[in-house]
Design a binder for this molecule. Structure first.
Ligand code: GDP
Ligand code: PGA
Ligand code: MN
Ligand code: MN
Length: 613
């Protein structure tokens, strides 16, 4: 094992990048850590940090046979999810944050957070984590550097991003990078013992879009602390995309090969905990179809010189919802995790050193639950937090596409929007054209989940599944989507090269509350219909909301489902859709002049088709 690069002075830094050195010095002077460690991303560093976390009680090693090189972590019970109420877009102009974001003037936020950061790393180590979102070989590699006082964050960043010395080398002395500052906000007095999960009751997740700068304070939970993910790749990324003509989206990316050997690429935007990771790793139940994974959470998309829209996954790992993940539902996730090298946070631990969570078959007779308490099957509480997560290298996914590392990305044929709705929304609907598809995305609705702190199960509008992630005014974001539709091909309006847009809902329920559609691997039947629509071979009903499959056009071979269930899952009930109109109107009114007129026109056209005044 090589010795850690612990330095007290910046003279020993493994870089001469002036801006980076100046920033690290400035942060160190403000936060007063005991030492500075420049992370190299090596195996030795992983071993050293995980050992330290085990010794300090923050991690428990899992059984080396069952879960090699894998660890169990439990957060403070107050620090389990993204904190949308504490997330801010600090644009210079309040109007640029728009009606869907929290806003504070940048100078005011900096003043406030500077006082929070003052001395916040006392008694701790300041880690400098150089990372790159997307391939380092990209024409414009998207560098970032996270400063954090959490070793848990360092090891998680090593899984979730391309991280380490090779990034610092590639940055040279003058590469641009996104500075991302993170502190758990729990300074230690001299001699004071640390707790297993340090965090602060005061939390701020702040973004300064004009400066491409991120400041996060008080939380260790991944969505708040792994700053390459939501903060950089979505919130700052969406602003970069607006300014530079591309899209940063909350989307999975998959490759689909038909029995005839034709290859398609599909992206899908569903809100957090609404099925992206599962669809990205899907094992088709219909013969001859093949799915390969490219990404499960984030897609960066831009037009290629051939006029097609290309998508890249900027991430390097999977940060997936654990409950519900099982050999039956998501065998490829189970295979990925079986290879080890993973972190499990807020799941339950078995007595023989494995992990367990709800949905993983029969529960063992005894577990240690996510709060560290004894748990038995007749316990009243869940063994695992509903937002418990696995963090695992994407390279371990057995169906990872060979295009994963291609900096050009893959050409997208279809975009799915989707959400979690018990009623109203059919299994799949095809948009009439790009603008109608943007309308579908802009009005996307979903029941809230445990992925964010707050009430669960409340229907809210979640445009393009990006409500918590749009780094600017959502009205401008809709306009950007409309404009992107003009960018394909020769730029002359709608183009055959544009992906087709669909809206899916795996979560419609019957009168007894059961799911009408079996979901998971069976969603391959919906993907098949989507591809057959692209190829022009599947039938559809022209309904007021778009094209919906005829029952016969869905391949239901070998599926146990009654004709009534099929009818119910595909049903378009005009009364239910009429009831949505006032909500959509109210939603659009929020954006005032910023809402593109073509979206009002789409709503008017829908009203006319539904016979609403
Ligand atoms: P993500 O957060 O969008 O990536 O969503 P996940 O794929 O992690 O799924 C979130 C939760 O929804 C998990 O508990 C899954 O088991 C569950 N889920 C995913 N796909 C389906 C589906 O097709 N049908 C049903 N009923 N549940 C699903
Ligand atoms: P998810 O990712 O979309 O897989 O839930 C985390 C999140 O969005 O908070
Ligand atoms: Mn997500
Ligand atoms: Mn996911």
């Amino acid at each position: 094992m090589t010795a850690p690069t612990v330095i007290m002075g910046l003279e020993q830094a493994p870089t001469t990048h002036p801006k980076l050195l100046a920033w690290v010095r400035e942060v160190a002077e403000l936060t007063t850590p005991d030492s500075i460690v420049w992370c190299d991303g090596s195996e030795a560093e992983w071993t050293r940090l995980t050992s330290e976390l085990v010794a300090g009680g923050s991690l428990v090693p899992l059984d080396a046979e069952k879960r090699p090189n894998s660890f169990w972590a439990r957060t403070d019970p107050s620090d389990v999810a993204r904190v949308e109420e504490r997330t801010y877009i600090c644009s210079v102009d309040e109007d640029d944050a728009g009606p869907t974001n929290n806003w504070m003037a940048p100078a005011e936020m900096k003043r406030l957070m500077t006082e929070l950061y003052r001395g916040s790393m006392a008694g701790r180590t300041l880690y400098v984590v150089p990372f790159c979102m997307g391939p380092i070989e990209a024409e414009n590699p998207m560098f970032g550097v996270e400063i954090t006082d959490s070793a848990y964050v360092v090891i998680s960043m090593r899984i979730m991003t391309r991280m380490g010395s090779h990034v610092l080398e590639a940055m040279g002395d003058d590469a641009d990078f996104v500075p991302a500052l993170h502190s758990v906000g729990a300074p230690l007095r001299a001699g004071e013992a640390d707790v297993a999960w340090p965090c602060s009751p005061t939390k701020y997740i702040s973004h300064f879009p004009e400066e491409r700068l991120i400041w996060s304070f008080g939380s260790g939970y991944g969505g708040n602390s792994l700053l390459g993910k939501k903060c950089y790749s979505l919130r700052i990324g969406s602003v970069m995309g607006r300014d530079e003509g591309w899209l940063a989206e909350h989307m999975l990316i998959l490759r689909l090969t038909s029995p005839q050997g034709r290859v398609y690429h599909v992206t899908g935007a569903f809100p957090s905990a609404c099925g992206k990771t599962n669809l990205a790793m899907l094992e088709p139940t219909i013969p001859g179809w093949k799915v390969e994974t490219l990404g499960d959470d984030i897609a960066w998309m831009r037009f290629g010189s051939d006029g097609r829209l290309y998508a890249v996954n900027p991430e390097f790992g999977l940060f997936g919802v654990a409950p519900g993940t099982d050999w039956r539902t998501n065998p490829n996730a189970m295979r990925t995790l079986a290879k080890g090298n993973s972190l499990f946070t807020n799941v339950a631990r078995t007595d023989d050193g494995d992990v367990w969570w709800e949905g993983m078959g029969e529960p063992p007779a005894h577990l240690t639950d996510w709060k560290g308490n004894d748990w038995t099957p007749d316990s009243d509480e869940l063994s695992s937090h509903a937002n418990s997560r696995f963090c695992t290298p994407i390279k371990q996914c057995p169906i990872l596409s060979d295009a994963y590392d291609d900096p050009r990305g893959v050409p997208i044929d279809a975009i799915l929007f989707g959400g979690r709705r018990k009623t109203t929304i059919p299994l799949v609907t095809e948009a009439r054209d790009w603008v109608h598809g943007v309308y579908m995305g802009a009005t996307l609705s979903s029941e809230t989940t445990a992925a964010a702190v707050g009430q669960v199960g409340v229907v809210r509008r979640d445009p393009m599944a990006m409500l918590p992630f749009i780094g600017y005014n959502a009205g401008d974001y809709f306009r950007h989507w409309i404009e992107m539709g003009k960018g394909a091909g020769d730029g002359a309006g709608q183009s055959a090269l544009l992906p087709k847009i669909f809206y899916v809902n795996w979560f419609r329920r019957d009168a007894d509350g059961g799911f009408l559609w079996p979901g998971y691997g069976e969603n391959s039947r919906v993907l098949k219909w989507v591809i057959e629509r692209l190829e022009g071979t599947a039938a559809a009903v022209d309904t007021p909301i778009g094209y919906v499959p005829t029952p016969e056009s869905l391949d239901l071979d070998g599926l146990e489902i009654t004709p009534e269930q099929v009818r119910a899952v595909l049903a378009v009930d005009n009364d239910e859709w009429r009831a949505e109109i006032p909500q959509v109107t109210e939603w659009f009114e929020k954006f005032g002049d910023k809402l593109p007129g073509v979206l009002w026109a789409e709503l008017d056209a829908l009203k006319a088709r539904l016979g609403v005044e």
